[in-house]
Ligand binder design. Sequence first.
Ligand code: 5AD
Ligand code: SF4
Length: 441
Amino acid sequence: MKEQQTYFIYTFGCQSNSADSEQLAAQLLQAGYSAASAPDEADLIILNTCCIRESAERKIYGKIGELKKLKIADPQRIIGVAGCLAQKDKEKLFAKAPHLDFVMGTFAVGHLLEHVNRVKENREHVLSVWEQADETQRLRPSNLSGQISAWIPIMYGCNNFCTYCIVPYVRGRERSRPVNEILQEIAALAEQGIKEVTLLGQNVNSYGKEGDVKASFADLLRKADTIKGIERIRYMTSHPRDMNQQVIDVVKNSRSICEHFHLPVQSGNDSILKAMNRGYRIQDYRALVNAIRQTMPESSLTTDLIVGFPGETDELFNQTLEFVREMRFDAAYTFLYSPRSGTPAATMPEQIPSAVKKSRLQQLMDIQNEISLQINKQSEGKVVEVLVEGPSKNDSSAFVGRTRTNKIVIWKYTGSEHIGELLPVRIDKAQTWVLKGTLVN
Ligand code: 5AD
Ligand code: SF4
């Protein structure tokens, strides 16, 4: 046997999963494993999975199928599935893919080693999907070398039950972490050289509303802003129903909290919003955006939109297009409605045919892309401050960074810039998704 066991983790889905993958890795590193550079070199492969849309599931099942050949090549190799799809499909995963060794749900994240050890001892399928969160302490992510950004979960789960969404079923009810635990974690990360943290939750604006935390999201932000060494604080996701002026004011008066608001609106029509159980009307959303833009005219605004929700007629969809033109979002993440079994919307009448959904998505993206480009063009000729992230993935002679407003900036590497620095870049050419510029000396 090799001296040191190695692991490889695939992460699918949202930032909560990225944070969970860091927890999985931290446990393995603590137990003496090291990271493999490719799956075929790993003794242990984990897929940390997502089930928010059918397309995500299909992709993951495809990847699980592909891994069968690595199991055949080395039967001692352990392959496991964690995360939301594991929580949802449970033993069905073994039925579909007998080459898997373990399936562990979202509530078992802190117990990875127990599962791996049980597989090693018994060489049988280990299924561990719990219905309740356990109170295991999170480990400090320890595999941060060279990283300048980190994810920090501030709460788990979701209580909203939007009628399309499976998240509350696979991640349970809202649980907020204690303020001090979060602040200590951020301070420790700052000491390790982290410059940017993103506070994570399905609905960060309801932080502290349950349990005995006794602090609001605004309180938490205000305290986090005082931690030395952290240059930028981001958070996601905000719920438009729970976002308030208090939080807007804290952002405005802070040193490090970024002027970027991600406020998923989902639809531009009140009857669809009602059927989605979103808890706000279009006029409420508009008022919220007006308040943000009045307080911080330079802030950026992004959103999520779902097209083809049951009952969405052409007329209702056109209202979404109109609303998108009115709001002028910097960017929008647009999704085809995907029925999730067990959610109320999946059994609603008037499901929309796939071809109609696809054509609506295209119309929406065309309009939004044009708006994104127009907004980005306004930054041409201006100098922006970027946090340097490192070499561009597509072009090794270029470097990438982000503005406080979360725009991606690319410039030609000059040799003098370093990862983690805040530097001025002049924007020469704006595109829909990126700004191209030159480092200013
Ligand atoms: N179908 C399509 N999009 C969905 N989202 C959540 N559930 C679904 C679904 N069933 C989208 C929402 C949410 C984002 C993270 O994913 O827009 O804000
Ligand atoms: Fe899903 Fe709605 Fe919760 Fe977001 S707020 S995770 S969309 S139920």
